[in-house]
Design a protein around this ligand. Structure first.
Ligand code: NAG
Ligand code: NAG
Ligand code: NAG
Length: 517
């Protein structure tokens, strides 16, 4: 009896086993089918929607892509990409969406990114600065951006964890730069009042370049090469991006700088090297900006008007003096646009003078509030950014005779006499740094590139609706005045619709491209 029972049992278990597996496999297939059909339906909807917005085949240049593990304002695992994109490939870039693929060691996640453009509301350049934003997965190690028919892998950058000072001034890309006197003044003024300089470099005369590079290496300032968009491989004839983007694209550089210091700085100012700001009624920039923000939640940016100043510059290193510069200054025109100083958590992107996006953000201040408030830039009426762009070389021995007054209030000094002394001492000390000696002796003593550039741009500015650009100028290089030019390894992703993506790795500076290229 016993063995028979055992036999029967064995048969039964042999029969049961395949059924269980078949059932498991079938339900797994059903589950997969259910998951994927659902996913596909959603995908199809997305692609149908964006296909309606696509008009053509154009190019996009990626300046940088940042990954934030945990950002106060962008959220966890945030991706923020700064790009210069042709506007004509889609109906409206601000409404268009792109898929971003994040990958870590165990998973891959596709998310939708939103786009925000920043550009001159009155100008008509075909290429515009765009911020591409999404949130993806933990410990992302690979980042891809999608177009209609493929993916491109982008290099990932990490934002700064710390800033040397709570206030950072981002300096617009130096281009055909030779007025080294302005750099020395800016360096010491910002040192005195507590701002860290982050300087973007494109083209500069040789020894000015060497001086700035060396100060970057000494850690006195931060420097970063800034590259013009170029496409090494494209599908069809295309519009030259540098001819059709706002001059040197400061908006993209400023947005890059903002993202780098987003978690690290308390305040960020967007300036040119020739712009000087003195905190009137305060000991430091930090104090002035805190006071102006007045703890208000409705201010997007402090907006300082720009006042042109005429003054002199000297060719010899020994004669450099802020006191002389300010004593001999005459106020000129006030510019149409001003300069922004911001709290980085309230800004994700910016145009050259202000953000056209930040002011569209509604803020809810209290529960009773029915209508949303909108962030606004606060116009500063008691202080201004002084712009010493067009200094004339002088041979006279000029002295600092008067204490300069704040051009916006005739009874207030711009800064104290002892501050001027301290700053002038600082300039002398910098010029005596041992590692700078070789370059200081050979700094330019006359203008060559900048004056030609200025004349050409002046003509364009008076034509309405023009995309103001150096590419329209026919500018000569001068073999006797060597110029350093940023360069790098240009990469193009495969040709895709609506955008082919381009980016750069391995930045360096070359003497072979001239100053204007
Ligand atoms: C990869 O991402 C997933 C989803 O966010 C997360 O659960 C996982 O921990 C991540 N892997 C690593 C190694 O961080
Ligand atoms: C910045 O981005 C975050 C995350 O997408 C968003 O919540 C916030 O409103 C944005 N801020 C501005 C000023 O656009
Ligand atoms: C400037 O100061 C120097 C020495 O302090 C003096 O010799 C010179 O005459 C002054 N120049 C002018 C124009 O006042």
């Amino acid at each position: 009896m016993l063995p028979k029972t055992k036999n029967w049992k064995q048969v039964k278990s042999q029969l049961r086993l395949p059924w269980a597996i078949i059932f498991l496999v079938l339900s797994f297939v059903c589950l997969l089918f259910w998951v994927f059909s659902g996913g596909n339906r959603e995908d199809k909807l997305f692609y149908d929607e964006i296909a309606l917005m696509e008009l053509g085949e154009e190019n996009a240049f990626i300046h940088s892509a940042y990954f934030f593990e945990d950002s106060k304002s962008l959220g966890k695992n945030a991706v923020a990409i700064v790009a210069t994109m042709h506007r004509g490939a889609v109906t409206d870039l601000d409404e268009y969406r792109i898929k971003i693929v994040g990958t870590n060691s165990t998973k891959r996640l596709v998310t939708e990114a939103k786009l925000s453009t920043e550009r001159d509301p009155d100008e008509s350049c075909e290429y515009t600065t765009v911020l591409i934003q999404t949130n993806t997965l933990n410990s992302m190690s690979k980042l891809e951006i999608e177009s209609r028919n493929g993916l491109v892998v982008l290099p990932i950058q990490t934002p700064k964890q710390e800033s040397p000072k709570p206030v950072v001034f981002c300096i617009a890309p130096l281009f055909a730069a030779e007025q080294w006197q302005s750099f020395l003044m800016q360096l010491q003024v910002t040192k005195k009042f507590g701002a860290h300089l982050h300087v973007y470099m494109m083209t500069m005369v040789e020894y000015y370049y060497q001086m700035v590079r060396e100060l970057g290496e000494l850690g006195v300032i931060s420097t970063q090469p800034w590259l013009s968009p170029k496409f090494s491989q494209v599908g069809k004839p295309f519009l030259e991006p540098n001819r059709n983007a706002e001059l040197r694209n400061p908006a993209a550089a400023f947005t890059d700088c903002l993202l780098q210091y987003k978690e690290a700085a308390q305040f960020i100012g967007f300036m040119e090297i020739e712009d000087l700001l003195f905190p009137v009624n305060a000991q430091s920039y930090y104090e002035e900006f805190e006071r102006e923000y007045e703890n208000s939640l409705q201010i997007s940016a402090l907006y300082y008007q720009i006042m042109e100043q005429q003054s002199v510059k000297f060719s010899s290193p020994e004669q450099q003096s802020l006191g002389v510069l300010l004593s001999n200054a005459k106020s000129g025109e006030v510019f149409k646009h001003g300069r922004s100083v911001i709290r980085p958590e309230r800004f994700n992107s910016t145009w050259t003078y202000f953000s056209t996006q930040a002011e569209n953000q509604p803020v809810i201040l209290s529960e009773e509030q029915e209508e949303p408030h909108y962030l606004n830039r606060k116009k500063i009426l008691t202080n201004a950014v002084l712009r010493f762009k067009n200094l004339e070389y002088s041979n006279e021995e000029l002295n600092a005779t008067v204490i300069p007054m704040n051009p916006l209030s005739s009874d207030q000094q711009l800064l104290k006499e002892e501050h001027i002394k301290e700053i002038d001492e600082g300039i002398k000390e910098t010029l005596l740094l041992p590692t700078l000696q070789e370059y200081v002796k050979r700094l330019p003593t006359e203008d060559y590139y900048s004056t030609k550039l200025r004349d050409c741009l002046e003509i364009q500015k008076h034509k309405k609706g023009q995309c103001v650009n150096t590419k329209h100028c026919n500018l000569p290089n001068n073999a006797k005045v060597p110029c350093r030019h940023s360069d790098g390894l240009y990469h193009s992703g495969r040709v895709m619709k609506p955008y082919t993506y381009h980016f750069v790795t391995e930045y360096y500076f070359t003497r072979n491209l001239g100053c204007y290229e």
